[in-house]
Design a protein around this ligand. Structure first.
Ligand code: ZN
Length: 251
């Protein structure tokens, strides 16, 4: 199904800018007059499992953008993603994607160049259950999904509270989620921001849940949370995604 691109958040942002003074938007972003909002392309296309939380994810990110200094274009139209269309964005966001999305070699090269040339990548939840056959994508997201042994309440440990995507979360928080494990532990290659407290689910081992990394001249962020609509509605998750968008866009 072809899905049109929805642009939201522009009107509110322009209103916030019209006073001529810097202002703090409801999402916590500093809105500087004359500075373009961060432009986010949010992709929710699936070629495998499709999460029920996708409509909520779209609504939440659009409204976060309205208050957070970014505009969000949502699409599932893969052919529309090209080198020239990507030039209009600062961040590409794979949200709850899955499976072997049908990108051409040119499109894959365009996405890699977009990020390695200095722009931002975000992946959330099943973004790691996507494009297993494209190794550069695996490097972008940081690790591929292995399994989800624990769908229950667990404790999430904040490893680095100084990162913009973890600011204000405290040391740890409890959350009901579908917690992922990965084929390889990404820790040697990335900056781990969150991990699962293994004790809290009766397990043992190292289970990173969110991380950040450089990718060429660009920045890439992944967060394994986001299975349930409730997670997307959770202010603690929202501030992580909004912070990650600003970090990825270097704002
Ligand atoms: Zn899930």
């Amino acid at each position: 199904m072809r899905t049109g691109i929805l642009l939201t958040g522009v009107a509110l942002l322009l209103a916030a800018c019209s006073s001529g003074q810097p202002a703090t938007a409801p999402g916590g972003a500093i809105v500087v007059p004359g500075q373009q909002p961060i432009r986010v392309l949010m992709l929710t296309a699936t070629a495998g499992f499709r999460h029920d939380s996708i409509p909520v994810a779209r609504d939440v990110i659009a409204s976060l953008g309205a208050g957070g200094g970014f505009t969000v274009a949502v699409t599932e139209d893969l052919p529309s993603i090209t080198a020239s269309s990507l030039a209009s964005y600062d961040v590409i966001f794979f949200a709850l994607t899955s499976g072997e999305l049908a990108f051409s070699a040119d499109q894959k090269a365009a996405i890699v160049s977009f990020v390695s040339g200095g722009k931002g990548f975000l992946g959330v939840h099943s973004a790691s259950d996507t494009l297993y056959e494209w190794a550069d994508y695996g490097r972008l997201v940081g690790a591929y999904f292995k399994e989800h042994p624990w769908t229950r309440q667990g404790t999430v440990v904040v490893e680095d509270a100084s990162h913009p995507a973890t600011a204000g979360l405290g040391d740890r928080f409890a959350l009901t989620e579908e917690f992922y494990t990965f084929r390889e532990n990404p820790r040697p290659r990335v900056q781990v921001l969150l991990r699962l407290d293994a004790d809290s689910v009766g397990a043992a081992g190292d289970f990173p849940l969110a991380w950040a990394q450089s990718f060429g001249a660009g920045r890439a962020y992944y967060n394994a949370l986001g299975h349930f609509p409730e997670t997307w509605r959770d202010a603690r998750f929202q501030r992580q995604v909004a912070g990650a968008i600003r970090w990825a866009a270097r704002r």
